[in-house]
Design a protein around this ligand. Sequence first.
Ligand SMILES: Cc1ncc(COP(=O)(O)O)c(C=O)c1O
Length: 453
Amino acid sequence: MDSVKYLLNENQLPTAWYNIQADLPQPLPAVLHPGTQQPVTFEDMRPLFADALLEQEFSTERWIPIPDPVRDIYRQWRPTPLYRARRLEKALDTPAKIYYKYEGLSPAGSHKPNTAFPQAYYNAQQGVKRLTTETGAGQWGSSLAIAGVMFNLEILVYMVKVSYQQKPYRRALMEAYNARVVASPSTETAAGRQILAQSPDSSGSLGIAISEAVEVAAQAEDTKYTLGSVLNHVLLHQTVIGLEAIAQFDLAQDYPDIIVGCTGGGSNFAGIAFPFMQHTFSGDKTIEFIAVEPVSCPTLTQGKYAYDFGDTAQMTPLIKMHTLGHSFVPPGIHAGGLRYHGMGPLVSHLVNLDYVKPLAYDQLDCFAAGLTFAKAEGILPAPEANHAVQGAIAQALRCKAEGVSKTILFNLCGHGHFDMQAYIDYQAGKLQTSEYSPEEVAMALAGLPSVNH
Ligand SMILES: Cc1ncc(COP(=O)(O)O)c(C=O)c1O
């Protein structure tokens, strides 16, 4: 009974994604049209997204079948292993049991291909020729680049400038799959030019890169926009993670008391948490869900739950979410995927209803946790994933202090093999405690749109 990994066969790959919208204790607040402040419709969104993805965005069906061509590709790396972190438990000398679901085995090295492939598939089915997107750390951009080349779509990626500079190998990876990668803010779009006019040295942000990618997609008939997080359909696709984990916990004859994930826009957290949360809605189980974010971009812990734009140039609809303000540019930490001013509305809604507890950690503590994990388990996590590792270790140490044995599950959402500069800087003592500026957040929050809802 001392297994370290719990594996499923290819034929145990889930056949449907779990849509939490079917089971929410209260419905999700509507996304609003910024002009009319009325709920956006399918038609409003059609210029930007493939029809099948929009249907999923609005759907309240509990189970949404995974198309066979997508399952065929998922088979390349899924089901992913569930590990029991026995060596980490020993290193921490904790009575807690720690499990992690490892998403770093995908072609891009993270959870992002779970949604890149279905998004590319549905767009290709509809005859779309080109997809635009933004990327922070480059994990999402490289996932979409791989999916694009496999479904014969052109891919144009606006990569946040600080990451473009920090992570040249991610850019090279995207280019290896024929994607075109542009540092954002760029001079190629009106949104980019406007930002550069105000801040010529802008390090960029996900909010700015989204504006550029949306602008290009809105102007070209054969082009659609894709997002690697935040939206309901993206979180939906990630539920394969948690669905597999449920079957793997059956194999382990165990069940989590605590589930931890890092949150940038909320997709990997939702992926591991939502299928289990279904059990808590029905009252069958009690689980503590913990969403971990960086103190430098503390959307859930310091942001306001309000309607805001998803992007800096105010091109998206208004989303009810935790936000630091769409004009806020977070400090250039290495966990680029966590530098987003907003949050997936489903995750925000569940935080607001007290189903999810958010916690913020400093990047130095997260890198230290990542190295403790790497030394015990052998896998070097992505800087974003280090936040989940830190969250899990903190819970394991809490168990130790309280002398209780709880079962902790966390999502190891990606490996850090393309993030070695971050580790070089950390080991050389060059990384700082990275605080956000409360004054800048206050200014950004003052610019929230006024909404009568
Ligand atoms: C490895 C990794 N983890 C986490 C994230 C954050 O996104 P999300 O909160 O949608 O999982 C990213 C985003 O780029 C990422 O690359």
